[in-house]
Design a protein around this ligand. Structure first.
Ligand code: OGA
Ligand code: MN
Length: 203
């Protein structure tokens, strides 16, 4: 696992992003997909744009449904991932001299055909999101399913497919990106490492 952490720290330092395959094993991914809350549609809400003070629903910008996770009550398979994120946060603080204090995480489900247009994750009014961290949970995902994360790098766009167990991490203040539509539902656990203690999020 520390080898993964080093790849992430090096990628962030050298290019502002990193991609690691099998950050979660196939077994860990399957365990998460079986958690009851993960499959309860009533616990998901339509994602909005903006911070908690001003959330707007805009279908033409993003079409995903989200469920915020509470670290203190998360079921074991999800907790396994959150504990890894916690260890990663501490590693990055040391390796990159950051002062990350917490992270906020949600499950994101993109129904067939939905997308998230090009954006930055850091809000204009609130710059506490420092690193974006996404772990994909889509078993047997093929390129023909679409659903790429398209990152707009200085050298041009780069596409990352949402393969199960793959982790992507990038600087929230710098890297513009979008999610392209897919022909299958697309699921992930998406989070942000913060330079402050996060607020508890509700439905
Ligand atoms: C986001 C986002 C990317 C992805 O939720 O802000 O850009 O690949 N997600 O799911
Ligand atoms: Mn984003």
């Amino acid at each position: 696992m520390n080898a993964d952490f080093e790849v992430i720290a090096d990628g962030l330092a050298e290019q502002g992003y990193a991609v690691v395959d099998q950050f979660l094993s196939q077994h860990e991914v399957e365990a998460i997909l079986q958690v009851k809350e993960f499959n309860d549609n009533r616990l998901f809400k339509k994602a909005g744009i903006g911070n908690s003070q001003s959330v707007q629903i805009q279908e033409g910008i993003r079409g995903d449904y989200i469920q915020w996770l509470d670290k203190s009550t998360a079921k074991t398979p999800i907790k396994v991932y959150l504990d890894k994120l916690d260890a990663l946060t501490r590693f990055l603080n040391q390796a990159l001299f950051l002062s990350l204090k917490d992270f906020e995480v949600h499950i994101a489900r993109y129904p067939v055909g939905t997308f998230y247009k090009r954006h930055l994750d850091q809000f204009k009014q609130d710059d506490h999101r420092k690193l974006s961290v996404i772990c994909y949970l889509n078993t047997n995902w093929k390129e023909e399913h679409g659903g790429q994360l398209r990152m707009y790098l200085p050298e041009g766009p780069k596409d990352i497919y949402p393969l199960a167990g793959r982790l992507v991490c990038f600087r929230s203040d710098q890297l513009e990106h979008e999610v392209l539509p897919a022909i299958r539902e697309r699921v992930s656990i998406t989070g942000w490492m913060l330079d402050k203690i996060g607020e508890l999020k509700h439905l």
